[in-house]
Design a protein around this ligand. Structure first.
Ligand code: SIN
Ligand code: FE2
Length: 222
């Protein structure tokens, strides 16, 4: 895994505070991460989130690991400590996920939520901001696995211009500083661009992990 000082991955600055790190995970790391996510999904099955109010289903299936998980249903978007269907706590974050955060986040506290998005072929995600967290000081770290996607990024206002960039399996995007609240979304997948997920998910597609700090770290007053 290329997160150490002398192994800095090739980085592309997409915006002030937004870095695309290519090939942070090599094929062996990607396979290890997929094996760990298979266990996560066995304990916390993928569910279909729904839009607040309209109850329209997302095309992306989701699950989570870590102390908190992001969910969406008619009542709204939120973080909660349990799976919306099984009622059980989310499984722990795999060690590899925590190592990625430690190596790349530049933030002294651990992530509290790791959202696992599964894009079947044809799935997409509309332009949005990640703003259900209390703590915007920590970056959001996003890891891509499986099919390449066309990722759209803009500024911090919906009307700001956007650009698209391809995210391949093993790439990591860091949204930090002025880009922490940047609009982003997934226009489409490039079909059959990877076979990484085939043994697990026969339709193939793409998995994206986003690690987030949710609450402000507790600071003891002096
Ligand atoms: C997200 O914004 O939750 C997912 C982004 C991605 O799939 O790359
Ligand atoms: Fe997001």
């Amino acid at each position: 895994m290329k997160t150490g000082d002398n192994e800095t991955p090739p980085a592309e600055q997409l915006a002030d505070g937004m870095l695309l790190l290519h090939s942070v995970l090599d094929r062996t790391d990607q396979e290890a991460l997929v094996a760990a996510l298979k266990e996560v999904a066995a304990a916390a099955p993928f569910f279909t989130p729904r839009m607040p109010r309209t109850a329209k289903p997302f095309s992306v299936a989701m699950t989570n690991c870590g102390p908190l998980g992001w969910v969406s249903d008619v009542k709204g978007y939120r973080y909660q400590p349990t799976h919306p269907e099984t009622g059980r706590p989310w499984p722990a974050m795999p060690a590899l996920v925590l190592e990625l955060w430690q190596g790349l986040a530049g933030y002294p506290h651990p992530p509290e939520a790791c959202l696992v998005n599964y894009y079947r072929p044809g799935a997409r995600m509309g332009l949005h901001q990640d703003r259900d967290e209390e703590d915007f000081d920590a970056p959001v770290l996003s890891v891509s696995l499986g099919d390449t996607c066309v990722f759209r990024v803009g500024g911090t206002r919906r009307k700001d211009p956007t650009r698209s960039v391809r995210l391949a399996s093993g790439d990591v995007v860091v949204f930090g500083g002025p880009a922490r609240l940047a609009y982003h979304g997934v226009d489409r997948l490039i079909a059959n661009s990877s076979c990484l997920l085939r043994d697990w998910l026969p339709e193939g597609g793409r998995i994206n992990l986003t690690m987030r700090r949710v609450s402000r770290p507790h600071v003891t007053p002096v």
